[in-house]
Each structure stands twice: as structure tokens, then as C-alpha cells.
Design a protein around this ligand. Structure first.
Ligand code: SF4
Ligand code: SF4
Ligand code: SF4
Length: 408
């Protein structure tokens, strides 16, 4: 095992390979507070990539209702239990949050690589076929009905929607587990792909992916997974005239919960200091977006703004110790953050940097009992060459319909 640095854990960890050398990393921020479970993302991926024989149970993008739902069934609670069995009582976080190499403190427990049995590269399991058959089981099931009405900070009866795709992890469990070296991270963008020529369908990746985002296709006897719509990332879609474009599931998002991009990374997997990159700004400057189950150890690259109404103990387990700060910063956003949040789903092109132009005071409101000023600032997004591609104001413009409409 090699020693690699995992900044989600704030420490080095064991991994079967040394970290790859790649310049940029595919990443995204999902705002759970806005997801309405319309499943448009799910269907946009399905109709593009997984509509063929043998792919009937494959949902590379899925949206499940937490805490009971899961695709495959109970994928996360099963693995959490296995980790607890391997390291009873030891799956804890210590130390205070630190610099960008340890922004959530330090995880002192065992990852799926460190908890693996002798002779095994990754701790995992292969779901039963039935576990894949009902991706939307427990839809809208809350933990109970509130008896006295619901109010923040925590609702008595609660649920939320968790949209998931492959995390294109920095240290993928699927890649580590594959005995055929059929899985690789592309050096240009860190996208994780399965070479269909090399794959022999042993399903070690299905077993080793803690998020269960590698799936077996019985008709080809190979495993398949989200390919991050790489033709779009490469700018092959005619719609953007050669510019890198966000993926199908991102651009289709009705709730405007998603922003996807490419971040520049250092050789140890940490992100280069780029405060004007919208993803860097949200993850490292404002710290409002957190990795999903960072304790698994794969350093996943989809980040989530946690739901405000959910009991904190549940969120700590799912997103680590950064939850309190993330919710606080999202609930009372800084002037700059409020502007950046307007960029979600404003364009299909990938935004590489942003600027905020200050506007007039809109109103004074009260949030959590404290006054807050709202400004009509303008967020401006730029492409990788620094050309402006989008500008959005905090206040939606009011457009009056003309008296004469259509052909009347
Ligand atoms: S399209 Fe967006 S809002 Fe709808 S389910 Fe998917 S992530 Fe949620
Ligand atoms: S989420 Fe799973 S399938 Fe995707 S890169 Fe990570 S370990 Fe591999
Ligand atoms: S990025 Fe593309 S391939 Fe991956 S889940 Fe989204 S639509 Fe599907």
C-alpha cells in the first residue's frame, strides 16, 4: 500500500496506488436544500446513456429519499455497519478544522482501504439483484409526523432528497479493487472510466465502490458507470461551440441545485488556491459544500450543501464535522456568496471563474433573529479563457408581458 494525502480526512492514508498525476479534476456542488426529486436528472442520464438491453436496472444518476431510501437498498448504512464492525467505536473525528489540507479536522478512524481484510484491497460488498430493482423505494417517507408544526433548526419529522452520481473520486474504491487494471482516471480531468475491452465482469468494482456507482451489465458481462458525459466536458457538443459544457444531469436540473466544473489540483490531490473559481470559493472559502461520507476515504468530488432542517447527528455522519459551519454560512450568506449562488444553472457552459459587481441595497430582512441586508449585486461568470459567458443579478428582473400576446 502507498501513502497518499487525503485532505477530506486531514491526514495521509493507505491506498493501493500512489496518487495519479492529473491537472484538473471534475467536481460539482449539489445544493440539497433545493432538490425537489423531480428525477429530471435521472431521466436525462437514462435516456442518454443507459437505455439499452442489460441496462434496465442501471441508474447512473439517482435521487433517493433519506433517511430510508437508497439505491441500491441501504447501500450506505450497510457499509457504515461494516466499518463499525471492523473498527468498533473508532470511527471518529479529532482535531479542529485547519488549512485547505485539513479543512474538516482529522478523521482518526479507518477508511474502506484501511479496514479491508488481509488479502482484500477494499472493504465492500456486492448488493443482491433485488437491491437494484426499486431505486425510488421510500420516496417521500418522513421519520414521523410533527406534532407541533415544523420549525428550524431541526424538524421533528424530516426527510430530504439526495441526488447522486459517481463521485469521480480522487482515490476510487472501484479502481483500487479492479484486478484487471481496467479502471483509470483520465489525466486531463480526473474522470474515472472503465475500459470495456479490459473488463472481465468480476464485479470487484461493484464490491469496492462504497457509493455503489459501478454497476454490472449482464448482457455484456462487464461493469459500467457514469462517464461524466465526457464528450461534453471535452467541448464536443455543438451547442457550446467547442467550449467545455456541463453534463446532461447537471444542465437538466429543474431545481437548479447543481453547479459542475473543473478545478485545478496539486500533485497531492489538494485544490490549487483559486478564490475566484466558484467551486473553490464554495468548498474552501465559504466551506458551505461538503463531501458525502468523507470517512470512506475515496476523496469524492461531488460536494453537498447540507439540508438545513435535518437533525445534526445524522448530517455529521453523512458529511463530517463541517456541517454546523456549512449550514450557518448558507443560512446567512455573505454578500459575495449570495451572488455566487445565483450562478447555479444560469448557463450550460462550464464556469472557470467569477466576479461580483456591487449593486444597490434591495432590502433589510431578519434571519435567525439578526438583521441582514440584501443587495442587488451581479454575479459574472467567465470561461477558461477569461471571456464573460453569463451575468445574473440577485433580484430576478420583472418582465411585463406586452398587452398583445402571441397571434391575438
Ligand atoms: S433535476 Fe435537480 S431538482 Fe430534479 S431531482 Fe434532479 S437534482 Fe433534484
Ligand atoms: S463513486 Fe464509486 S464508481 Fe465512482 S469513482 Fe468513486 S469509487 Fe469509483
Ligand atoms: S454526468 Fe452524465 S453519465 Fe454521469 S450521471 Fe450525469 S448524465 Fe449520467
Amino acid at each position: 500500500m502507498a501513502q497518499v494525502h487525503n485532505w477530506h480526512l486531514g491526514r495521509d492514508m493507505e491506498y493501493p496506488y500512489t496518487g495519479g498525476t492529473y491537472d484538473r479534476q471534475f467536481a460539482a456542488v449539489f445544493n440539497i436544500n433545493r432538490c425537489i426529486a423531480c428525477q429530471t436528472c435521472t431521466m436525462s442520464c437514462k435516456s442518454t446513456w443507459t437505455h439499452s438491453p442489460g441496462q434496465e436496472l442501471m441508474w447512473w444518476n439517482n435521487v433517493e429519499t433519506k433517511p430510508y431510501g437508497g439505491y441500491p437498498t441501504h447501500w450506505d448504512s450497510r457499509l457504515l455497519s461494516m466499518l463499525e464492525t471492523a473498527n468498533p467505536g473508532g470511527q471518529t473525528w479529532t482535531k479542529e478544522p485547519g488549512p485547505t489540507s485539513a479543512p474538516y479536522g482529522q478523521f482518526s478512524g479507518q477508511t474502506i482501504f484501511e479496514a479491508a481484510d488481509l488479502g482484500q484491497r477494499v472493504l465492500g460488498y456486492i448488493p443482491e439483484e433485488n437491491d437494484w430493482k426499486a431505486p425510488n423505494r421510500f420516496e417521500d417517507h418522513a421519520t414521523g409526523a410533527p406534532r407541533t408544526g415544523a420549525s428550524l433548526p431541526e424538524h421533528e419529522g424530516w426527510f430530504f432528497y439526495l441526488a447522486r452520481i459517481c463521485n469521480h473520486c480522487t482515490y476510487p474504491g472501484c479502481l483500487a479493487a479492479c484486478p484487471r487494471n481496467a479502471i483509470y482516471k483520465r489525466p486531463e480531468d480526473g474522470i474515472v472510466l472503465i475500459d470495456q475491452e479490459r473488463c472481465r465482469g468480476y464485479q470487484k468494482c461493484v464490491e469496492g465502490c462504497p457509493y455503489k456507482k459501478s454497476m454490472y451489465r449482464p448482457t455484456t458481462r462487464t461493469s459500467e458507470k457514469c462517464i461524466a458525459c465526457y464528450p461534453r466536458i471535452e467541448g464536443s457538443d455543438p451547442l457550446t461551440g467547442g467550449d467545455p459544457m456541463e453534463t446532461r444531469c447537471m444542465t437538466a436540473c429543474v431545481g437548479k441545485i447543481r453547479m459542475q466544473g473543473l478545478v485545478n489540483v496539486n500533485t497531492d490531490g489538494t485544490w490549487m488556491n483559486e478564490p475566484s473559481h466558484p467551486l473553490y470559493y464554495m468548498v474552501h472559502e465559504e466551506k458551505i459544500a461538503l463531501p458525502l461520507y468523507p470517512q470512506f476515504g475515496t476523496q469524492p468530488n461531488i460536494y453537498y450543501i447540507p439540508p438545513r432542517w435535518v437533525p445534526r447527528q445524522y448530517l455529521y455522519q453523512m458529511f463530517g464535522p463541517g456541517v454546523d459551519h456549512a449550514i450557518e454560512a448558507y443560512t446567512r450568506p455573505s454578500r459575495r456568496l449570495l451572488a455566487v449562488l445565483q450562478l447555479f444553472r444560469a448557463t450550460q457552459k462550464i464556469i472557470f471563474s467569477f466576479d461580483v459587481e456591487e449593486g444597490p441595497l434591495l432590502s433589510e430582512i431578519v434571519v435567525d433573529g439578526a438583521p441582514m441586508e440584501l443587495y442587488d449585486d451581479t454575479a459574472v461568470g467567465f470561461d477558461q479563457n477569461g471571456n464573460e459567458i453569463i451575468r445574473v443579478k440577485v433580484e430576478d428582473p420583472l418582465i411585463e408581458r406586452p398587452g398583445k400576446i402571441n397571434s391575438l
